[in-house]
Design a protein around this ligand. Sequence first.
Ligand SMILES: NC(=O)C1=CN([C@@H]2O[C@H](COP(=O)(O)OP(=O)(O)OC[C@H]3O[C@@H](n4cnc5c(N)ncnc54)[C@H](O)[C@@H]3O)[C@@H](O)[C@H]2O)C=CC1
Ligand SMILES: CC(=O)C(C)=O
Length: 259
Amino acid sequence: MRLNGKVALVTGAGQGIGRGIALRLARDGADIALVDIQKDQIDAVAREIAALGRRASVYVADVAKRDQLFDAVAQADDKLGSFDVMVNNAGIAQVAPLLDATPEQVDRILRINVQGVLWGIQAAATQFKSRGRRGKIINACSIAGHEGYALLGVYSATKFAVRALTQAAAKELASAGITVNAYCPGVVGTDMWVEIDKRMAEVTGAAIGETYQKFVGGIALGRAETPDDVAGFVSYLASADADYMTGQSPMIDGGLVYR
Ligand SMILES: NC(=O)C1=CN([C@@H]2O[C@H](COP(=O)(O)OP(=O)(O)OC[C@H]3O[C@@H](n4cnc5c(N)ncnc54)[C@H](O)[C@@H]3O)[C@@H](O)[C@H]2O)C=CC1
Ligand SMILES: CC(=O)C(C)=O
């Protein structure tokens, strides 16, 4: 198994893509630290990981709060040992016309999607360096980090920022043996998309399901993405096979966006 002996921390691991990543990394041999604001959800994922024969530990932490994330990383390293992979997956979406975005909404999404990734990079790199270890940092970007989407404009801006942080961190941390990459999913059928579709319906008058189907209709492979589609790629990024890759944010979207 390609991740035997590795320890990975996944944020936003309670559901959706984060849960899929945590389970896949565990199936590939890693022990997993699960971070989320929803305790019941990460407890349930921890039980699934234990059933796979891997160790799991849970940390209730808000990625927007730097101290909480630093604590979670340090505790995970102490408890599971040899922490080597950080997956900054947690994120939120917001649907609103740019002209209607309020300071409170913008502040919230920037704190979770941008600062949360920055604190995750800082926490992981600090821990790797303090132990004199190489490491891998993997960030959740999106096709919206390559193209600004109408009504998802502020969300798109946060994902462009994740791509910039990924490139800059890759350059700053390479000499310490730390690689930094991102994954850019397309349309994954998680709760996030249920909410996006519902808000799109409210804002545009579209029927429920219409926006989702319109996006899915543009996918060359002809179906919506699943968390497992994303997780296999993240497992590759976490593995030694990706040792010579850094600063990249590739699309894993079934052929929806071409850059
Ligand atoms: N669903 C999709 O189509 C796509 C999702 N993405 C990105 O993938 C990532 C995961 O998305 P989904 O699984 O779809 O979302 P989701 O909404 O289904 O799950 C997000 C998880 O993150 C947790 N979370 C939210 N805020 C948090 C915080 N402040 N601190 C800690 N945990 C927090 C939630 O409790 C939840 O468990 C996000 O960064 C998202 O932007 C990117 C492209 C497409
Ligand atoms: C949620 C998301 O990133 C998109 C563009 O679907």
